[in-house]
Structure formats: C-alpha cells, structure tokens
Write a protein that binds this ligand. Structure first.
Ligand SMILES: [Zn+2]
Length: 408
C-alpha cells in the first residue's frame, strides 16, 4: 500500500497537467502514470517524512514548541524536495491551550471507597477550580436533549456524564464519530449553562480500551465555563454500572489545563506555478498540528506527507501542471482552524481563483476508491459567503479550511 494515498492525490492533480503534446496518446499517458507509480513505490518519501514528524517531533498542538518545530520541519522538507517553485510561511495567530499536570479522576463510593479511572481534559477546557480536586454527584445522560429535559434541581452542582456510545452498526467510523460528537463539542457548555459543575464525556471511539480520547470542546458564548473531561470507554462503562447500583456515588476530577494568550504560528505552503493558467489554483493539504497525547500519524501526519509527496511525484515524472498547485500544511485544525481561516482570508484578499481545495484528514489507510462526492455541508464552493472549502473527498472528515476560498 506504500504511497497509495499520495498516488490518489496525484490523480486528483492530473487534470491540471498538460499532455505531452496534442498527439498525446493513451500509451504516453500510461507511461507517465507508470513513472509516477515507480517513483512512489520505489523511491517514495512519505513514510520517512511521516516517521520523522511523528517520532522526532511527536504531538504538536497549535502554539506548542513541537508545533513550531513541525513548521520548521515542513518548510525544510519542502525545500529539500526540490519540486516547488516557492516555499513560504503564512503567519497566523493560534490558540495556545496547555494540558498541565496529568489529570486525575476517581469514582467515590458511598463508603468513601475510591476507584481511579482514566480521564483526560478535553481540548480548550478550563481547569477544575484553582486546579484542585472537584468532587460532586453524577447524572448520566445519553444526549444533550436528555440533559435539556432534566429539571434544574437534578442538574445543579453535579457532573453531567454524557455516555452515548459509538453506533457500531455504522460501517464508516467517521459517521459514528459525527453522530456522537455533539456530546464532546457542546456537552461542557450545556452543562455549565444548566448549573452543573463539570462534564464527563465518553471517549469518541469504537475501541473498548482504557485510553481516554481528547478532542476539542467549545464553550461558545456561555458565561459559565465548567471543566470537561473525557473518560476512556472502559471507565465510562464502569461509571455507568456503578451509578446504576449507587446513584448517590460521587466523582472527583482534578485538572490544571489552561488557555494562554494566542501564539504566532504558520501555515507552510509549497507552490508549483502553473505553466498555462497560473492564476488558477488547486490546493491539496493536510493539517500540521495534532493533539498532544499522541504522535498524530493518521491525524493528520499522513495528510501532510502525502500532500507534499503528490507534488514531488509530478516533478519526478517530468510533469508540469498547467494550473498552479499548492501543498498546504494547515496549522491549528484541531482546536481552532485559524490556519485554514487565514489561508481563506488571504486567498480572498489576493482575489485568487481556487478551482479546488482538498484536505485529506481521514487517516492514511489504504484507499479503495475515489468517488467524487462533495458533501452538502462542505460543498459551499460556488456560493460566496458560505463556509468551508468545497469538494472534499470521502477520505476527508474534518477540513482544516472552514472558510470560503473558492471563487466560482
Ligand atoms: Zn484531523
């Protein structure tokens, strides 16, 4: 499967490449495609690049020193690739959230017996008050609607425990992720609005294990921010079972995360100028930042390395695109999308015509097909003022570009 994802990106860009001549034949096409395959399969650089990004730099949340290293690495790697006419940084301000000390969670029984469980702070969460342990009773719900239906007296002063699991009947994990995601994104905000002291959210994963999954939460305009933590799926099952047996049990949470002032960071952009229509731009990209608790290989190291590799493969095969093609390593997809917004703002200010903007962010698994199916939500491409980037291929689940950049 080596480099197959990069090959798919190259396939997407192929429409921008001029035929060798007006007499280009099917045979010359197939030879050119063979060259691309040979380069990817025999001399592909994606895995080496991915290894460095994940193992030498590691988790790289926006604003962190590791994210700054990733920017340096991305620029240097593109320059070394020797396939870009121009490699440059695009400055943006990003949120700088830090996790603090390792989070602690305990289930406290009515006889004072405590059981430690695996928890982690949700990205952008506030700490527990004064970074001290916060102890309260627990109310389990399966949805935001269920919370809404509860009387105030049942909610005030409690932890709201959002425990709707993944729907394992959905064959596409991304769909299950989307269906369960509102608990994490909005659960802490809604809990705070109702007078709860905090939110505990079942990890958004189909895996039954003891690794809590972080991920972003948003307080919106809620005036009362309460801490939000993820429980591992096993911890969530355990809490649910114990709660059924003892509804008066308590939970104790301790977190010291905080949001620091915005930090300067960058999108990293490599550009090959179009030979015939340089004013028309096609963008392929991935997001350079990742969460801090993992190496961010699938999310989204693979999108990063295959975007760079796609353009290198074109050059190695002796193909020059007719349209300008950019590989963009977006900063801050995970907890802000500031890099994507900056890219979109600049594109609009410069009156650029983007024919397509494609982000791969669904993991680096073996691609099985390339159906072109813009999602309605993201297919705002031809409607000025609407959000996001236009056609996203099904491997892409959460585009870094959430702003209109396409101009026709
Ligand atoms: Zn992602």
């Amino acid at each position: 499967m080596r480099a197959l994802s990069s090959l798919l990106f190259v396939g997407l860009l192929a429409g921008s490449v001029a035929p060798a001549s007006a007499q280009a034949t099917a045979q010359t096409d197939s030879l050119a495609i063979r060259k691309i395959y040979d380069e990817a399969l025999l001399r592909g650089q994606s895995y080496d690049n991915l290894r460095y990004l994940c193992q030498k730099i590691g988790g790289r949340l926006a604003g962190s020193p590791q994210a700054a290293l990733a920017v340096e690495w991305g620029k240097l790697t593109m320059e070394k690739a020797g396939c870009f006419d121009k490699v440059y940084l695009q400055e943006c301000l990003v949120p700088h959230w830090v996790r603090g000390a390792k989070e602690k969670g305990q289930i406290i029984g009515n006889k004072g017996k405590s059981i430690s469980v695996a928890v982690c702070a949700l990205g952008n969460s506030v700490s527990t008050p004064n970074n001290k342990p916060l102890r309260a009773g627990v109310v389990e719900v399966k949805s935001l609607a269920e919370l809404k239906a509860l009387p105030d007296a049942a909610v005030k002063g409690k932890f709201i425990f959002f425990n709707r699991p993944f729907n394992d009947a959905l064959i596409e994990p991304g769909a299950a992720y989307g269906a369960a995601g509102d608990q994490r994104r909005s659960g802490p905000a809604e809990a705070g609005r109702r007078g709860a002291v905090g939110a505990l959210v079942r990890s958004l994963t189909a895996a039954h294990d003891n690794y809590p999954h972080t991920g972003t939460t948003s307080y919106g305009d809620t005036p009362t921010k309460v801490p939000g933590a993820a429980l591992s799926t096993l911890a969530a099952d355990q809490l649910s079972q114990l709660l059924a047996a003892d509804p008066a049990l308590q939970f104790e949470l301790e977190m010291s995360c905080q949001m620091l002032p915005d930090e300067k960071s960058y999108n990293v952009i490599g550009e090959v100028r179009g030979s015939k229509y340089p004013e028309q731009v096609i963008t392929v990209g991935g997001h350079l930042d990742s969460w801090d608790l993992a190496q961010g290989a699938h999310d989204d190291g693979t999108g990063v390395v295959q975007s760079m590799e796609a353009l290198r493969l074109l050059k190695a095969a002796g193909l020059r695109p007719e349209r300008t093609v950019r590989a963009v390593l977006f900063m801050n997809e995970e907890n802000g999308t500031r890099g994507g917004e900056k890219y979109a703002d600049q594109a609009q200010q410069n009156h650029e015509t983007h024919l397509a903007a494609i982000e791969s962010d669904g993991g680096g698994f073996t691609p099985a097909a390339l159906p072109w199916k813009p999602r309605r939500r993201y297919s705002a491409r031809w409607r000025p003022g609407s959000r996001c980037c236009g056609p996203t291929w099904p491997m892409s689940c959460c585009p870094a570009i959430r702003a209109p950049i396409l101009s026709r």
